[in-house]
Design a protein around this ligand. Sequence first.
Ligand SMILES: *[C@@H]1O[C@H](CO)[C@@H](O)[C@H](O)[C@H]1NC(C)=O
Ligand SMILES: *[C@@H]1O[C@H](CO)[C@@H](O)[C@H](O)[C@H]1NC(C)=O
Ligand SMILES: *[C@@H]1O[C@H](CO)[C@@H](O)[C@H](O)[C@H]1NC(C)=O
Ligand SMILES: *[C@@H]1O[C@H](CO)[C@@H](O)[C@H](O)[C@H]1NC(C)=O
Length: 420
Amino acid sequence: MRRHLRLVSVCVISVFVSGLYVFEQLASSLETDASAGGLSPPHPQHRCKSMSVTHWNPYWRLPRDVCGKNCFMESARRYAVDKTLSEVDRAEPVRLAVVACGPRLEETLTMLKSAVLFSHRTLHFHIFAEDELHAGFRDALESWPGSFRSKFNYTTYPITFPSDNAKEWKKLFKPCASQRLFLPLILTEVDSLLYVDTDILFLHPVEQIWNFLSQFNSTHMAAMAPEHEEPRIAWYNRFARHPYYGKTGVNSGVMLMNMTRIRAKRFKNDMTTVHLRWADLLMPLLQKYKLNITWGDQDLLNIIFHYNPESLFVFPCHWNYRPDHCIYGSNCAAAEHHGVYVLHGNRGVYHDDKQPAFRAIYEAIQKYPFGEDAVSFLLKPLEEKLKTTMHTYCGRSSHLFTKKLQESIRKLQNDNHNAR
Ligand SMILES: *[C@@H]1O[C@H](CO)[C@@H](O)[C@H](O)[C@H]1NC(C)=O
Ligand SMILES: *[C@@H]1O[C@H](CO)[C@@H](O)[C@H](O)[C@H]1NC(C)=O
Ligand SMILES: *[C@@H]1O[C@H](CO)[C@@H](O)[C@H](O)[C@H]1NC(C)=O
Ligand SMILES: *[C@@H]1O[C@H](CO)[C@@H](O)[C@H](O)[C@H]1NC(C)=O
């Protein structure tokens, strides 16, 4: 009987392998046909890497330069990156850090609310804020209903800088955004952290982005999305007066960090021939570039990863979706395929009327009463509101905003239902 089974499994495996072989042959013959048809665009390698492959556009339907012969295996792997990220140690909470100053209390609470609403993991919030905001955070977070309150712990911290240069750091960019550069040096006991700006909204469970940590190779220590998808309207490649990462730079509004590695690494740089630790790198970098940087600490991060590109894991734009991705027409291909996972309302779009689709999402989450039916009290009113934004390019892309949100809301509803 045993032998029988073994024989059967050997057969099954060899049939599968030969199937693969036939498949690949077929694929390459199709590709040859396609190229004979005169398709020969310029940068094969680049296009192959940049186009995502899904079951809607399987690799064998793509032109040869987009997916070469080896792309079958490669695309399967790439798809897996998006679909089935392996999990980071569940015993540890997902750690989320934010820095809030000035009038950002309500916006920050809305970001935290979106994290708590849709997450299925325990969370820990590390909230860095000006002293006068601490009570506001405590009061609001403690008032959330038990079923949500039990999903997270939080710690509040004052804004602190290395004392000798505190003034210089504080005036860089917005009042206290450069705080994030010091997180690895302040939270010395914390291994990994997801830093987000206050104007982030999670439309998809936050643990999914956290799981990118398990995709890091041995040299990765941080992950961010590109600053731009479209070089013709991008900022860094047209205006920056300093080095930056890759073709269009990276955006630091959503930044995943393995801080153990950041603290241990010695960074290459253009100031000394010796490699510098994080703690020793930041001030000389600021001194050298302070007259040339525009976007504060994000520019410093771009300079650092320009010289240390092997340390950065770049995730696609639907994990940090900004008005830039739709303002002149949709240019984030990953969001077209998967929907928006993390929305980033930079340039104040949650609070003015320039991008009403972004504002609609913000207000829908902000106003949603915890525990109420999320379809009637969040999704439905939001969809109505989005219909009134069709006169803007971003409004016309707003089905991408709600694609993941719908899923997240359905799951939330099931959870609420099961909890009753
Ligand atoms: C919050 O912290 C307490 C005490 O350390 C711990 O028992 C609890 O499990 C934590 N809750 C969450 C959601 O992490
Ligand atoms: C700052 O910008 C100026 C003008 O583009 C350039 O000449 C200079 O080299 C830059 N400084 C640094 C440190 O890159
Ligand atoms: C971060 O990196 C350290 C050192 O390589 C490693 O031990 C740790 O498991 C990593 N953390 C995560 C969450 O992957
Ligand atoms: C890790 O991946 C980056 C690209 O994201 C690459 O530059 C680097 O060489 C890789 N490191 C190793 C050890 O393979």
